[in-house]
Design a protein around this ligand. Structure first.
Ligand code: SF4
Length: 500
């Protein structure tokens, strides 16, 4: 068995999951990285190259077999090389009864006086939130000490903000042993699927395919990891089992783990059972009235932005809107410019678009899905101001369709993400590739190219994606109104109790 620093990534990214590292070591191939992961990798490589170029007299040990690199590393240390790039350390030992070869390749060994410090270069801005990075550096420190018979001077990360972050060393043997035991097991560890935790994981299709095949209880809304584990311990594996063994009172009193303690399921029990019933019957369950204002026109509204780990500004690069209803409009998009004032330009264009819409339609609802739009408008008011009160008027007219859907209907779906709900209501996108992460990757491509034509082509695909998002939101709104009028087959809430 071979363990390396990359195994900590497998254990923690994109979410903490033991099954991912297990499947990898059993030779089961994960899906290839998507465009977003590729862009992140490329940005990371560039960040590393740029930082490396700030050093002189670097000895590069990237090439050679493991044995050759290890020998070259020890020799470079012996002769006191100032900066060693990609040194390699290995150790062979028994972990949890398994013979293991442990490999570590730090980015840099840097001499300070007679000692060496270990430094890795990462794009990540918030290192403390990334256990995989902490463990990776600790592994390097441990391997260094085994090889050199003294600890490194320090463990450090040069982060995405160009800061040096010190990492506290910690013993790694217990963590390595845990991984070795996990990998050697004949059975895959139990890991409940989760819509967010499995998003971006290379085994998503495999794990969700298995979960769907067994009507996995983890697909039920509000069943978190802890509850799925607690239910499994009493042989409740599927949502069918759940519905047979629990009523609302019993589930409400059921204890699930939470941190080091336990917690009753409580009020969530009702929605959990409704979701299980909807999944089982494949029918939506009517929960309450569909509360949508009786307006002739609505403007669909959707933003595309970069998260803080990619951009300190948390920049919104596209503010999209389109009027639907009796007097529909063309698709309108305010995009951030690529220059120094690009962010403010995008905001000003957005305010101009919103002003035009409100001038034509008065207090028209700005329909969006979830709270992202509201949060970002407030952020931009603080950042760039709202001299004419346009953004304040948009805030007054925001209409979040997600809570309306959640209050009106329990859908037979494992998530209320717009992409999942739109598919359920029969909406079809015009592009094969889409998604928030895909859009961010495209935008980063656009910012990096100097070729105006290529940039415009990329921006066109992002604009089309946003336009589809708006059309999807409208399709869901329309479906909800039909559902509200009783034009869609559904169960009544009172029916489900006696459905068996
Ligand atoms: S898809 Fe989900 S359960 Fe499967 S390995 Fe990935 S994170 Fe774990």
């Amino acid at each position: 068995m071979q363990l390396s620093g990359t195994d900590f990534y497998r254990a923690y990214r994109p979410s903490e999951c033991n099954k991912r590292i297990y499947l990898h070591h059993k030779g089961i191939k994960a899906a290839d990285p998507g465009p977003y992961e590729e862009v992140i990798r490329r940005l990371g490589d560039r960040h590393e190259r740029k930082y490396l170029a700030t050093f002189q007299g670097v000895v590069d040990l990237t090439r050679g077999t493991n044995d050759e690199r290890q020998v070259a590393t020890l020799e470079a240390i012996r002769v006191g090389t100032a900066v060693i790039y990609q040194p390699m350390f290995t150790a062979t030992l028994e972990l949890g009864g398994q013979a293991c070869n442990v490999v570590g390749i730090p980015d840099l060994l840097i001499r300070e006086g007679e000692e060496y410090l270990i430094r890795d270069v990462k794009m990540t801005r918030r290192i403390a939130e990334h256990p995989e990075i902490l463990w990776q550096l600790r592994l390097y420190g441990w391997l260094f000490e085994r090889a050199i018979q003294r600890p490194p001077l320090r463990l450090e990360v040069f982060n995405g903000r160009s800061e040096l972050i010190a990492i506290e060393p910690e013993p790694v043997e217990d963590t390595l042993t845990r991984l070795a035991v996990l990998i050697a097991d004949a059975d895959a560890p139990f890991e409940p699927v989760g819509w967010s935790r499995c998003g971006g994981c290379g085994y998503n299709e495999r794990c969700w395919g298995e979960a769907k095949a067994r009507n996995d209880v983890a697909m039920v809304l509000n069943v978190d990891k802890g509850l799925a584990r607690a239910l499994r311990s009493i042989n409740v594996v599927s949502y069918d089992d759940l519905l047979v063994k629990f009523d609302e009172a019993k589930l409400s009193a059921f204890e699930k783990p939470r941190g080091n303690k336990t917690q009753k399921v409580g009020k969530a029990a009702k929605d959990i059972l409704l979701s299980a019933r909807a999944l089982q019957t494949k029918l939506p369950i009517r929960l309450g009235p569909v509360v949508i204002p009786a307006k002739p026109n609505f403007v669909m509204f959707d933003l595309e932005g970069l998260p803080p780990h990619l951009d300190d500004l948390e920049k919104i690069y596209l503010w999209g809107m389109q009027v639907y209803g009796e007097r529909p409009s063309e698709f309108m998009a305010a995009t951030a410019g690529f220059g120094e004032n690009g962010d403010k330009d995008g905001w000003d264009k957005f305010l101009a678009c919103a002003e035009k819409v409100m001038a034509e339609h008065g207090a028209i609802p700005f329909v969006h899905w979830s709270h992202y739009e509201k949060t970002k408008i407030n952020l931009y008011i603080r950042r760039h101001g709202d001299p004419n009160g346009i953004a304040a008027s948009v805030l007054d007219n925001l209409f979040d369709l997600l809570p309306v859907a959640q209050a009106a209907v329990m859908l037979p779906l494992p998530s209320y993400s717009l992409k999942v709900v739109e598919e359920y209501v029969g909406f079809q996108r015009s592009q094969d590739e889409y998604g928030g992460a895909w859009s961010m990757a495209q935008y980063i491509e656009a910012t990096e190219t100097e070729d105006e034509d290529a940039r415009q082509k990329v921006m066109d695909t992002i604009l089309k994606y946003n336009e589809d998002d708006l059309a999807a939101t409208w399709a869901v709104l329309d479906w909800l109104r039909k559902f509200g009028r009783g034009e869609v087959g559904s169960l009544l809430q009172r029916d489900w109790v006696a459905f068996d």
